[in-house]
Design a protein around this ligand. Structure first.
Ligand code: URA
Length: 228
């Protein structure tokens, strides 16, 4: 096991001990309940990440340099952005949305929403780069989906924003094109979900920038953060 994985395993072990000791405290002590629940979610996230880091469930593991799991605030962030899958730069750095499309998303978060990248959670449907940046195949999505589902359950975002049709289809089964379904609230497991354009699409179609921005503004209104 790598040193980073060892460290994560140790944190997960300590969190589990913390949960056990918090569980031993009488349930009539209400302030400790959320702490225990939170620790459990953190521990869940770390164990999902550990599983994903050694995953060989689909062919994408054969060509990856990194497993790109997710970054940002993992404790009830206002927004979790869900993209399609890592590109070349993400595969190299091990972090989602750090290439050209990532620069656009980061500018929208920082300059547009006045948040930091660390304030939100950012992840993808598939955690390994599809060769030539092709759309992930259905069996690749099916193999990776449990990681995405588990990470969203652990992170508990206030709103999920799906970037592009593949992310929307993976989470909700929605088959429609993103142009038709964007901007309309949906739900995934009770979390409000806003589908919008993928930043890579906006780089190719400047006319998508305005609706993308409208969708993010609507998310901020929903969160009561529109004047932030
Ligand atoms: N496109 C994605 O869908 N995800 C990334 O992380 C980068 C580009």
């Amino acid at each position: 096991m790598s040193q980073a994985l060892n460290e994560r395993a140790e944190i997960a072990r300590q969190l589990r001990l913390h949960i056990q000791s918090a569980d031993a405290i009488p349930v009539s002590n209400p302030p400790l309940q959320p702490v225990a629940a939170r620790a459990e979610e953190e521990s869940d996230l770390l164990s999902v990440e550990q599983d994903a880091l050694s995953c060989t469930k689909c062919r994408l593991h054969e060509t990856r340099s990194s497993v790109v799991f997710g970054v940002g605030c993992s404790d009830r962030p206002p927004i979790a952005f869900v993209g399609e899958g890592p590109g070349a730069e993400e595969d190299r750095q091990g972090e989602p949305f750090v290439g050209r499309a990532g620069a656009l998303l980061t500018a929208a978060i920082t300059k547009g929403l006045n948040l930091k990248r660390e304030d939100v959670y950012i992840c993808n449907v598939v955690k390994c780069r599809p060769p030539e940046n092709r759309t992930p195949l259905p069996d690749e999505v099916a193999s990776c989906l449990p990681y995405l589902q588990a990470q969203l359950r652990a992170v508990q975002p206030r709103v999920i924003v799906t970037l592009g049709a593949p992310a929307q289809k993976a989470l909700t089964g929605e088959q429609g094109g993103i142009t038709k379904i964007r901007g309309v609230w949906q739900e995934w497991e009770g979390f409000p979900l806003m589908p919008t354009f993928h930043p890579a699409y906006i780089l190719r179609n400047a006319s998508a920038k305005r609706p993308f921005w409208d969708d993010l503004q609507e998310v901020m209104r929903h969160l009561g953060m529109e004047n932030k």
